[in-house]
Design a protein around this ligand. Sequence first.
Ligand code: UDP
Length: 329
Amino acid sequence: MILVVGGAGYIGSHTVKSLLDHKYDVVVLDNLSTGHIEAVDKRAIFTKGDMKDTNLLTNIFENYSISNVIHFAANCYVGESITEPLKYYENNVAGTISLLKMMRKHQITNLIFSSTCAVYGNPNIEKINESTLTAPINPYGHSKLMIEQIIKDFSIAYRLNYIILRYFNAAGADHFGRIGEDHQPETHLIPNILFHLLGRSEHISVFGDDYDTVDGTCIRDYIHVTDLVNAHILALEGLKKEKAINKIYNVGNEEGFTVKEVINKCEKVTGKEATILYKQKRKGDPSKLISSSEKISKELGWEPKYSLEDMIETAWKWFSRFPKGYKSK
Ligand code: UDP
């Protein structure tokens, strides 16, 4: 049985569905601070609660035979992490320490951890690989890098097999259209563009137009949530293979798009025209992040299947059907 911590969130809920489709049994633990109960597949066992609640974790580990933990639970807004750093260190770092302590106590030795390209900071190189220097420029990235270090040290001191996945920019929705992205508040680029194109805002804000990029707007590597989920399914298999154990992998499409290019693509997919409002740079935003995903491709056999267009199409389907996210259901 797999314990998915943070399984009611965006990437977590898509992973839970896929795990069940792959015939894994799943227990979800989520405090629903940002996740949605409606996002959790009914075939999973759901427990509402926090990973800092050691009694609750004890109950879960005593009641279910957990073989692996997949840990998604985190606060993940770059901007908020700058204004509320303690929230990020407390929930992300202290929360993970609590989870690890309980895993140790109950001899659970397999962990997949969701990390982020934010650990690289602002590397200003063409493609980032796993050996690129880690130098976060915001508390969110710092919190994830601290957890990576804790996991590595924990694994040396005690028995733990881990795989850390450093996600680039997740986007899109499940192809069946029943689950998707629903952040409150929504700060991410693609949902915000699509909300605007649905008529829910008067313009799309573009944060900064004088970055050192082709059109002055930031470059990101967008990755379809389904491709990201598949990396977790392969990582579960990888935890059984010597060569993949205790490794860190980037997960991205190896292709960068500027904010303006993403807006153009959204206009093309939806057939609607956007009104752009240029605003000041957002604090903590690196100018360009593009993944090299060679390592995960070689060692776990992972290949992304979906393009930026697929991400926008599936997200558009989701937002058009459920304009208020899970509240519309
Ligand atoms: N962005 C923007 N307008 C928005 C949301 C985001 O211009 O309404 C920009 C943001 O400054 C960054 C890029 O889009 O350069 C991707 O931001 P997002 O929040 O989607 O992901 P992040 O890279 O911060 O994790």
